[in-house]
Design a binder for this molecule. Structure first.
Ligand code: C5P
Length: 398
């Protein structure tokens, strides 16, 4: 699968750079070509000569090297490969990537490339766990950058924890997956996310506390596996992921329309917290106090159930329809009943009772209900839940 592929390998300055020598050998054994690029700091850990000898190629090091610019400009260099791999990626290089800085050859290539980027971070555990690095990683994931590792273990600095660069076989597998385009290539998936806003009058509305975090992670994970994702989102507080088609809506009825317009699709994932009711007597103008002291009475009408509508389509129904069930008690029993009632294929159920801290939090603990039964996953970050779910969707559509 790697034969004939060209990898632009950017090496930044970390002790893990020594593993890259082996990575180059393994890539070449598999028939891939490697164009090495080094940062200044990387030269403290491995020599340009080792890299070029193993790659059988010139090593690129300088942004303003006139010979290189004459032979191959940095824009061309950034695009001449099938995949850009950064290994090891230091905290500093991740920060520059997340900030869009281009002050040396490596960062300039990363900003100029139009190719997929795979990053293998390596750094001290505290540097990895620092909120600044975690923010940068989240930003980069949002930009569609793929990550492999870091792993947990003993570190060269004598500490223990996450920060070790992924091992060469893991990086090779990630490179193969990135080049394969992902198991969902050619599949179209509609994802709903966020809350809906149901107007009371032109300035007031009824809403709920959904941030859109879980739906956003799912859309990102599906896109990461190569799916063409239509992301229909209510007014969420987290930004939509990169690499998906974003359709912004406000109300449940607009969300249904947008979903129907996005069909046909291979799968639909309904992660939105759709308002069950809208205000039936919403005013066309701002409602005013009329001096009588009487408060206006709001009348409610039931919103369409988007999940049930799509799951019940007799023609053109997506092959896999996934709903969510946020419950505060008897999670599994309620979720099973919901799966039957709404005629969807899977329900991702979670316990949102306040004690779990899940609503609005970064983690989730879910039970996946399918025709085969119920499967409870351990407590995971919302990104990890999304990754697992996307993987399962890929298997179901295979
Ligand atoms: O009935 P309940 O709101 O608990 O169902 C939750 C599931 O149904 C979620 O997947 C949600 O996105 C979906 N839903 C919907 N349209 C509605 C209400 C819920 O798609 N009007």
């Amino acid at each position: 699968m790697l034969a004939g592929k060209r990898i632009l390998l950017i090496v930044s300055g970390g002790i893990a750079a020594y593993k890259v020598l082996d990575l180059i050998r393994r890539l070449r054994e598999r028939g891939a070509g490697v164009i090495p690029v080094m940062t200044r700091a990387a030269e403290q850990f491995v020599t340009p000569l080792s890299l070029s000898a193993l790659a059988g190629e010139k090593v690129y090091r300088d942004l303003f090297d006139l010979t290189d610019e004459a032979e191959m400009g940095h824009i061309q260099l950034s695009r001449a490969a099938d995949l850009v791999v950064v290994a090891p990626a230091t905290a500093n290089l991740l920060a520059k990537m997340a900030g869009g800085q281009a002050d040396d050859l490596a960062s300039t290539l990363l900003l100029a490339t139009d190719k997929a980027v795979l990053v293998a971070p390596a750094m001290n555990v505290r540097m990895w766990q620092h909120p600044a690095t975690q923010r940068n990683v989240a930003t980069l994931r949002g930009d569609g950058v793929a990550f492999v590792g870091p792993n947990e273990g003993d570190m060269a600095c004598g500490e223990y924890g996450p920060g070790r660069m992924a091992e060469v076989p893991e990086i090779l597998a990630a490179i193969e997956a990135a080049l394969a385009g992902g198991p969902l290539r050619g599949r179209r998936v509609v994802v709903t996310s966020g809350p809906t806003h149901e107007p009371i009058d032109p300035v007031r509305y009824i809403a709920n506390r959904s941030s859109g975090a879980q739906g956003t992670s799912i859309a990102r994970a599906l896109a990461g596996l190569g799916a063409e994702v239509v992301f229909v989102t209510g007014p969420a507080t987290v930004p939509p992921p990169a690499g998906v088609e974003v359709v912004r809506v406000e109300t449940a009825r607009e969300m249904l329309e947008a979903v129907q317009a996005a069909l046909p699709a291979d799968a639909a994932v309904f992660a939105a917290a759709v308002a069950d009711w809208r205000v039936a007597n919403a005013a066309g103008q701002k409602m005013k106090k009329d001096g009588t002291g009487l408060a206006p009475a709001l009348e409610f009408a039931e919103n369409p159930d988007i999940l049930a509508t799509v799951a019940g389509m007799s023609e053109g129904r997506p092959r896999l329809v996934v709903g969510f069930a946020a419950e505060t008690h008897d999670v599994e029993a309620h979720a099973r009943a919901k799966r039957d009632r709404k005629a969807c294929d899977w329900i991702v159920a979670n316990d949102v009772s306040p004690a779990t801290g899940i609503m609005g939090g970064a983690e989730n603990e879910v039970t996946l209900i399918t025709a085969e039964g119920a499967e409870t996953w351990p407590r995971l970050s919302k990104d990890e839940v999304a990754g697992r779910l996307a993987q399962r969707i890929a298997e179901a559509l295979a």
